[in-house]
Write a protein that binds this ligand. Structure first.
Ligand code: GTP
Ligand code: SPV
Ligand code: MN
Length: 593
């Protein structure tokens, strides 16, 4: 029999105590552990995780406070096929989400969950999303049988006592239930119940499937709330660019999974931008509300980063390399014989005797990757040397520009500015990107991923576009909207644009445009920089290269617009006429050229 919560641990919130009791009676754990978020508790859980071989401590002088976790090899990415939106009607979930009937889903999962935690612990993980005391903040509680999940939640969220304080005796909260359940693909389901503010996730311990604060609550459930409450919950980084004069402009950017949000959010400007600084507010999720001044204000609901490891190195992301030196959990990276981590693209050769992500001796000649392509780090945002002084500002930061971007080998130019909000919504709604290792399935296939929210919007996509258009009418001083593509390739398959820190040059133009300090040239698909307006000093790139990176090719766009049309048609009758009209306008503009 489980002991019910003690007095110190949130028991004064009746609905919390009742719900924890209910789930404990279903799953029958031996122990209930109410997480308070203290250092002492974290140390204790870390020791237990090491003793249970869930975490492997890294060499403590090289990586103090760092651990390696090796997941079940069948559990390395988000599983979109196993992700469901459970609403009374299928229409509400829309054609891009998997749908299941709520009552039947609860019943089915309850059967799976009966006694599922017997013999182990159930961690009660209360957390706050958004700066404490802010109008953005929302509370959640995740119940989990995984110590890895509990520890990761302690990094990713404001976990423990602050959440119980916020809840008080009667506060409402998102109810998240997570159970490892043998970690079998056949019994893996991530189910969202937006009408109950509830998520039940079973069968996977992978980030986006199991850290329920993240994509499940902060995007799928929150997008549903945001529509009702007139705000935006988006798959966006938030950064501030500070000029040498000390003026800071804030930008939010939506790129699909593993398409560069964390990297852009932590960008180090190149030497030509002496005196400029980029500050990170958030690297994955933005909650945005209209402020009293008529601008759009944004907060990062999270408290840590769950970032992609491969490709991170001292050149591409020096801030990240510093951030990962301590107090970080690495998942599915390679392990060197001296107890350090390694991954493809880390910038140094691996020492011999390196073990791959599954702990097997790695043979470079075999062609197999040492680190899993979706290996990740989990690190508190306080580790980030570029953290914005406003990262915890309860007011958030005012957004001057919104950027959409994807991974496109052709067609989409380096940068485009939307003509207006409505055109920007169309650009976001029709954006495409090559699939990545962040989700299971084929990698490198172009799919439409509207606003980078295809896997994360908790309701019908056409209604989501309508919500964006409606927000545009309500924001008195809306941000300008842009589209970028760092991933355009040359005929030989090499990237046309150097990317990473050099993206500062594109950010610079975007910020100038947002502050009305640069010109632009009109094309059928949007506004582009005039010749010489993207600063190239100090960059080893030929005019010819830049031309190819920024070109708008009518033949490529004919195919693109047809692809957009087919996608919008598939979304059905809820797609606003305004979006369809923007597409027609683009088609006409090419014909008139
Ligand atoms: P999620 O955490 O999945 O949402 O990913 P993300 O959007 O934060 O992507 P991240 O910044 O982690 O980058 C993913 C991959 O893209 C990494 O392997 C990076 O090295 C690579 N990448 C990021 N920025 C650039 C860029 O400007 N150019 C090129 N060529 N690659 C980039
Ligand atoms: C993504 O896939 O967009 C991520 C990682 O940021 S996950 O937390 O798994 O969603
Ligand atoms: Mn993401």
């Amino acid at each position: 029999m489980v002991s019910l919560p003690n007095k110190t641990a949130g028991a004064e919130n009746q609905s919390l105590a009742q719900w924890v009791g209910e789930i404990a009676r279903l799953t029958r754990p031996d122990r209930l552990i109410w997480c308070d978020g203290s250092e002492a508790e974290r140390d204790r859980l870390l020791s237990e995780a090491v003793a249970a071989k869930v975490l492997l401590p890294l060499e403590r002088h090289r990586r103090p406070g760092c651990y390696l976790h090796r997941s079940n090899p069948n559990d390395v990415a988000r599983t979109e096929d196993a992700t469901f939106i459970c609403t009374p009607s299928k229409d509400e979930a829309g054609p891009t989400n998997n749908w299941a009937e709520p009552k039947q889903t609860y019943e089915k999962l309850s059967k799976w969950l009966e006694g599922s935690m017997a013999g182990g612990a159930m961690y009660v993980v209360p957390y706050v999303l958004g700066p404490l005391g802010s109008r953005f903040a929302k509370a959640g509680v995740e119940l989990t049988d995984s110590i890895y999940v509990a520890l990761s939640m302690g990094i990713m969220t404001r976990m423990g006592a602050p959440a119980l304080d916020m809840l008080g005796p009667a506060g409402d909260f998102n109810r998240g239930l997570h159970c490892t359940l043998g970690c079998e693909p056949q019994r893996r389901l991530i189910c969202h119940f937006p009408h109950d503010d509830t998520v039940w996730s079973v069968g996977s311990n992978y980030g986006g499937n199991a850290l329920l604060s993240k994509k499940c609550f902060a995007l799928r459930i929150a997008s549903h709330m945001a529509r009702e409450e007139e705000w935006l919950a988006e798959h966006m980084l938030i950064l501030g660019v500070q000029s040498p004069q000390g003026e800071t402009t804030y930008v939010a950017a939506a790129f699909p999974s593993a398409c560069g949000k964390t990297n852009l959010a932590m960008l180090t400007p190149p030497p030509a931008f002496d005196g400029w600084r980029v500050f990170t507010v958030g690297d994955d999720i933005a909650w945005m509300r209209i402020g009293a001044d008529g601008r759009l204000w944004a907060v990062n609901p999270e408290f840590g980063y769950f970032g992609v490891a491969p490709g991170t190195n001292a050149h591409s992301n020096p801030n990240a390399m510093r951030m990962l030196k301590h107090d970080t959990i690495f998942t599915n990276v390679a392990l060197t014989p001296d107890g350090d981590i390694w991954w493809e693209g880390i910038g140094v050769e691996p020492p011999s005797g390196t073990l791959d992500w599954q702990g097997r001796p790695w043979n470079a000649a075999s062609g197999a990757k040492a680190a899993h392509p979706n290996s990740r780090f989990t690190t508190p945002m306080s580790n980030n040397p570029a953290l914005s002084p406003h990262a915890e500002d309860p007011q958030g930061v005012p957004i001057s520009a919104i950027i959409f971007g994807g991974r496109r080998a052709s067609t989409v130019p380096l940068v485009l500015e939307a003509f207006d909000w409505s055109h920007g919504v169309y650009l976001g709604a029709t954006m495409g990107s090559e699939t990545t290792a962040a989700a299971t399935g084929k990698v490198g296939v172009i799919r439409r991923d509207p606003m980078a929210m295809l896997p994360f919007c908790g309701y019908d996509m056409g209604q989501y576009f309508a919500h964006w258009l409606a927000m545009g009418r309500k924001i008195p001083r809306p941000p300008k909207i842009f589209m970028v593509n760092w991933f355009r390739k040359d005929a030989d398959g090499s990237f046309l644009w150097p990317g990473y820190g050099e993206n500062m040059r594109v950010l610079d133009w975007i910020i100038k445009r947002a502050n009305h300090r640069a010109g632009a040239e009109q094309t059928p698909v949007g506004l582009v920089p005039r010749a010489g307006e993207v600063a190239l000093d100090g960059l080893d790139i030929t005019d010819e290269h830049l031309k190819r990176a920024t070109a708008i090719d009518a033949r490529e766009w004919e195919v693109e617009l047809e692809g957009q049309h087919q996608f919008l048609a598939r979304l059905g009758g809820t797609v606003p006429g305004e979006v369809m009209q923007q597409l027609s306008r683009a088609r006409r503009a090419f014909k008139a050229r």
